[in-house]
Write a protein that binds this ligand. Structure first.
Ligand code: AMP
Length: 444
């Protein structure tokens, strides 16, 4: 299968050729014809599956072929993203795909001055990428009208709800024209997401390109049990032993990020951190420097790192396990992208055993444990398995299993056999409900 056989127009094919995309990924193979046919979509796709191109390519084609010229202070398509970083990243991809098309694109998000954004919107933009809060601000200040909107995309919808945006989404929903195409993408599908889908989508085609809640099997994952207080020391030890070149590290809290960065910098290690307390410009600079390999270790919280697309990232380290098990899937989705192989190592202390158990249950696998000599924990991490059992009694440590692996492949050659699960579309009923959950806002 090629992009041409999916019915994409020549200017898009030319852009894809420049980017080195040769074969559509499974989510692209299913989403592109459905979106071109005008269908609403409910797509379960892991990060790294190529979902951005899956919605952006047909969207760009429809906007080129159909509809009136964009009016002042209007947008013809809106892509909602949970974080500023993801908005920037999605916008960068959209702009690349649109390079030979006569369409305008722009991204708006909070944490930066609203005035330049208002100025930019005066002439209208064909595709607007936005985070929910800033979109509402712009709408309320009359800088943006949505009556011309043809298509709405909800990207990483699960994450938007996790971040407490359900109220904002309900408000945005009221601002939208009734007649429109809606595409909903989510790595994981909770009941809340299905409620949201039932409210926002019209007879959607439901596609799923990987088993629900299962992490990419191109990522080799294991756990190193350790006492909490020795985690920084173990991290440095593993880094030196494994000669790690570039690592994205996840810590649970903003303080945790700062403490680890301080420790690493104190040892002369080239490290930087990103979290929600840092100004947007600082976060972006750290990320750009990491992408340019000018920073070796980037330590991040989940919110700051959400959706980051860093090509060929070989290793993700969970310095702390995430509190929400689904974040584990998002975190390790930073590696093993687009058919590459990657590694994800989690440093786990006894306090985190319930989180480990929740992750194993969600991903339906027992993570291999590898004891590091001289770092065996005094506080034993009880055994766990994919059934959610935490075995309290001491047991002999399990023999490490061989998993994943294989050589590194280049981006641009999408491998769709074995690396990603079945590409069969599965049509699932979507519950229609009068209103979706606008329950209490969760804290960020
Ligand atoms: P996404 O899941 O949209 O974040 O995409 C993950 C990565 O895969 C990005 O770096 C894309 O540039 C890349 N990618 C997307 N589609 C393809 C394709 N058909 N062939 C090769 N790489 C792709």
């Amino acid at each position: 299968m090629t992009f041409a056989t999916l019915g994409l127009i020549e200017p898009l094919l030319r852009a894809l050729e420049t980017l080195g995309y040769q074969t559509p990924t499974p989510v692209q193979a299913q989403a592109i014809p459905a979106v071109l046919a005008g269908r609403d979509l409910m797509a379960a796709a892991q990060t790294g599956t190529g979902k951005t191109a899956g919605f952006a390519l047909p969207l760009l084609q429809l906007l080129t072929m159909e509809g009136p010229k964009v009016a002042a202070n209007s947008a013809r398509a809106l892509i909602l993203c949970p974080t500023r970083e993801l908005a920037e990243q999605v916008h960068a991809s959209v702009a690349e795909y649109a390079q030979h098309l006569p369409l305008t694109t722009y991204a708006v998000y909070g944490g930066v001055s609203i005035n330049p954004q208002m100025m930019k919107l005066r002439k209208g933009v064909d595709i607007l990428v936005a985070t929910p809060g800033r979109l509402i601000d712009l709408f309320r200040q009359n800088a943006l009208k949505l009556n011309q909107l043809q298509t709405l995309v909800l990207d990483e919808a699960d994450r938007m709800l996790d971040l407490g945006f359900s109220e904002e989404l309900a408000n945005i929903y009221r601002m939208l024209p009734k007649k429109r195409q809606t595409l909903l993408f989510s790595a994981t599908f909770s009941d809340d997401i299905r409620l949201l889908a039932g409210q926002m989508l019209n007879d959607p085609l439901s596609i799923e390109v990987s088993p629900r809640n299962v992490a990419a099997n191109t990522v080799k994952q294991w756990v190193v049990p350790v006492d909490k207080k020795r985690k920084p020391e173990l991290f440095v030890h593993l880094m030196r032993k494994g000669r790690w070149k570039q690592v994205l590290v996840f810590a649970k809290t903003r303080n945790g990020v700062d403490a680890l960065v301080d420790k690493l910098q104190g040892l002369g290690i080239n490290a930087d951190g990103i979290h929600g307390d840092k100004p947007q410009a600082t976060r972006q600079r750290a990320l750009d420097r990491f992408k340019a390999s000018e920073v070796q270790i980037l330590v991040a919280t989940d919110v700051a790192a959400r959706g980051l697309d860093i090509e060929d990232l070989p290793l993700v380290v969970n310095f702390d396990l995430p509190i929400v098990a689904e974040d584990y899937i998002h975190r390790i989705g930073r590696t093993g992208r687009a058919g590459n192989t990657g590694e994800a190592i989690s440093l786990v202390c006894a306090d985190e055993v319930n989180m480990l158990s929740a992750i194993e249950m969600l991903t339906r696998q027992t993570l291999t444990r590898k004891m590091e000599p001289d770092f065996e924990p005094e506080h034993r991490v009880p055994d766990t398995d994919a059934s959610g059992q935490v075995v309290k009694k001491p047991k002999k440590p399990k023999k490490p299993k061989a998993s994943g692996g294989g050589g590194k492949r280049n981006l641009g050659k999408w491998v769709d056999s074995g690396d990603v699960a079945p590409a069969e579309p599965s049509i699932k009923p979507v519950r229609k409900v009068p209103v979706f959950n606008t329950g209490p806002r969760k804290k960020k």
